[in-house]
Design a protein around this ligand. Structure first.
Ligand code: PBG
Length: 323
């Protein structure tokens, strides 16, 4: 035998020498849930180790993460039911929990990167990502609301706005609104290929944002489709996106690879709540080795072609020295 691939696996040093894929703190974005009030820190039942923080504790958490080299955060608000309405008015109210949180994080830690979620669902009395009329999710009317949200986020100090709503034309619309208001330096990370996935369940528990009727299949993509992701990705790129995101990640590694091969833009992947919950649940029962499973999941997402990963594992893998 001239070729014996096992020779390159014979020692730890050689294995590391030929390792193709690495994960570092710089690649990770940590999603954080926020809730109104003071000194609050409540664990999400379906996401062990993940908490909803009031702003004071959010700042402590950001500081602790920054000490570990984890510098990018994606914020999501849990909004009281009484503040929700059809138009998600709370999403662009100056003194809203979310806008205060962005301002506080950027004021206290100007060097961190704040990614903000642009979608109506946490603020919508319908629990949908768009404006609802007669059971239908309106597209163009929703864009106006998303534009107001993105602008409010930019004014509060967001570094990157991330539209997660899957309305048609939203990247171009938001880019125009930001540019018209001199926010040419605010980036757009588009949830380009966002699938109508069962893996978002724990996230909706965390935010209490599940749709009040129906599902999200008229705007989020069918999990059976791959080529359709290219249509979405091409549109987002033409409309001015700075990053393209695939979500979820683990069941969609083929989509990550496909986009990687078809764009020069950086690809982000969202290792979503349900993917996190699966690993945690199995680990708690002793059915999976948590450390090895977690590192393997993140490595696979990077290997498929994701430059950055939004993951609930971000802090833990650094704290425990797993990566
Ligand atoms: C809402 C949004 C969702 C997630 C991120 N932004 C849920 C949804 O679309 O219903 C899910 C993230 C996760 O599951 O971790 N626009």
């Amino acid at each position: 035998m001239l070729q014996r691939p096992r020779r390159n696996r014979k020692s730890e040093v050689i294995r590391q020498m030929v390792q193709e894929t690495h994960i570092s703190a710089a690649n990770l974005i940590f999603p954080l849930f926020i809730v109104d009030g003071v000194s609050k820190k409540s664990e999400v039942a379906s996401m062990p180790g993940i908490f909803r923080y009031s702003i004071d504790n959010l700042l402590r958490e950001v500081e602790a993460c920054a000490k570990l080299g984890l510098m990018s955060f994606d914020l999501f608000p849990n909004i009281e039911e009484s503040l929700k309405d059809r138009f998600a008015t709370e999403s662009h109210r100056e003194e809203s929990l979310y806008l205060r949180a962005i301002r506080e994080v950027k004021k206290n830690f100007p060097e961190v990167c704040v990614v903000t979620d642009v979608a109506m669902d946490p603020y919508s009395s319908d629990g949908h990502d768009g404006l609802v009329e007669n059971g239908e999710i309106l597209n163009d009317e929703t864009l106006e609301i998303l534009g107001k949200m993105a602008l409010a986020h930019a004014r509060a100090g967001a570094d990157i706005v991330a539209p997660s709503d899957m309305m048609d034309g939203r990247v171009g619309y938001i880019r125009r609104v930001l540019d018209d208001h001199q926010f040419t330096n605010v980036s757009i990370m588009s949830y380009s290929a966002k699938y109508a996935s069962a893996f978002y369940g724990p996230f909706r528990d965390a935010l209490e944002s599940a749709p009040k009727f129906g599902d999200k299949k008229t705007y989020q993509m069918n999990p059976a489709n791959q080529r359709e992701a290219l249509i979405e990705a091409n549109l987002d790129e033409m409309e001015g996106a700075d990053f393209l995101m695939v979500k979820p990640a683990l069941s969609y590694l083929d989509v990550i690879k496909l986009l990687k091969d078809n764009t020069e833009l950086p690809i982000a992947a969202y290792n979503v709540s349900g993917e996190y919950a699966m690993v945690k649940a199995a680990a708690q029962r002793g059915w999976l080795d948590e450390r090895r499973t977690t590192v393997e999941v993140l490595t696979s997402i990077r290997r498929a072609g994701a430059t950055s990963i939004l993951t609930y594992h971000a802090k833990e893998v650094l704290e425990k020295g797993w990566i």
